[in-house]
Design a binder for this molecule. Structure first.
Ligand code: PEP
Ligand code: MN
Length: 338
């Protein structure tokens, strides 16, 4: 259920409605747009259906939200959400945000070399996993807190905010104390306790689509985070499992405009994990930008053949540089910048 207020509704009318919603044991979530304010009502709706809310001062209409996701839906918020990481680095505005960096933080030297190169080429954020979700328990699992420290040190040297994955509810506080943006990996998209935990932080969250999740399920997972009060969510299409076996996964390009049609949240794409082959990262990046992606997450490594994880899909820095140059033209063609 959402309560749409009249243009120019008074603060006291809004406060009055918030108190009313709370008195019914429900949770009000307020979205203040340029034109008007909307109050989302979270909780079992039966109690509110019988209330004459339309009679309250300042109320224009009371509408049921038919989709199971409410706070993430377009009905709840006018316009597109912009998730700001720091001054000049944001997701959802005209400028396409590029997150780049290795699959995993391996050593300080490894990260430093990559960091300066990607920054010079036009990346806005640096990524690198310290806690790695690996299919085999016998492969490199990440450096843990040591990796977070390296990521933070290098990010300060190069002046770029960081993105890194948090896999476990017990690590949320730790990872949030080092990183600027928390990533929820594809395998954890429906780890509801983890979603609630990151929802309690104020950090921007990149929420990756699960390997076999529908767009609706992705939005429901985002709803978990927003319902805890954290509206800084960035959705990420990273490829889904299909019968096609040439690529690691299949980038679902259609999910990008679909998610943007249904939700006000920014949507980015991860072509690296989608295809698993560095030679395909360029074409997929271009298709994602052409389809309206608000950002890209691209794996880059100076020595992919010796990378401790995901070697075959990581771009050499020089290939990343040419990709950014080509992407500028695609971005311009769809009215964006990069
Ligand atoms: C990653 O970005 O490092 C990663 C493991 O991605 P995904 O969760 O999409 O597989
Ligand atoms: Mn990876």
């Amino acid at each position: 259920m959402i309560i749409v207020l009249k243009k120019g509704a008074q603060d006291k009318d809004i406060d009055n409605l918030i108190d009313k919603v709370k008195s019914l044991g429900l949770k009000p979530m307020v979205s203040r747009g340029q034109e008007r304010t909307i109050i989302g009502v979270i909780g079992p709706e039966d109690v509110i259906r019988l209330q004459p809310l339309e009679a309250y001062p300042g109320v224009e209409k009371v509408m049921p939200v038919l989709a199971p996701y409410k706070l993430v839906s377009r009905e709840f918020k006018e316009g597109d959400s912009i998730v700001k990481v720091k001054e000049g680095v944001e997701f959802g505005s005209k400028k396409i945000a590029i997150v780049a960096g290795p699959c995993a933080v391996e050593t300080k030297d490894q990260l430093k070399e990559i960091a300066f190169k990607i920054k010079n080429s036009g990346a806005s954020l640096i990524r690198g996993g310290a806690f790695k979700p690996r299919t085999s328990p016998y492969t490199f699992q990440g450096l843990g807190e040591e990796g977070l420290k390296i990521l933070k040190d290098i990010s300060q040297e190069v002046d770029m905010p960081t993105v890194t994955e948090v896999m476990d509810t017990r690590d949320v506080e730790l990872v949030a104390s080092y990183a600027d943006v928390l990533q929820i990996g594809a395998r954890n998209m429906q780890n509801f306790n983890l979603l609630k935990e990151v929802g309690q932080t104020k950090k921007p969250i990149i929420l990756k689509r699960g390997l076999s999740a529908t767009v609706k399920e992705l939005l429901m997972s985002a709803e978990y985070i927003l319902s805890e009060g954290n509206f800084n969510v960035i959705l990420c299409e990273r490829g889904i499992r299909t019968f096609s076996e040439f690529t690691r996964n299949t980038l679902d390009v259609s999910a990008i405009p679909a998610a943007k049609m249904l939700s006000h949240l920014p949507v980015i794409a991860d072509p690296s994990h989608a295809c698993g082959k560095w030679g395909l990262v360029g074409p997929l990046s271009k298709s994602a930008v052409a389809a309206g992606a608000d950002g890209l997450l691209v794996e880059v490594h100076s020595n992919p053949k010796d990378a401790l994880s995901d070697g075959p899909q990581q771009l050499l820095p020089e290939n990343f540089t040419s990709l950014i140059q080509e992407l500028r033209k695609v971005a311009q063609a769809v009215g964006r910048s990069l």
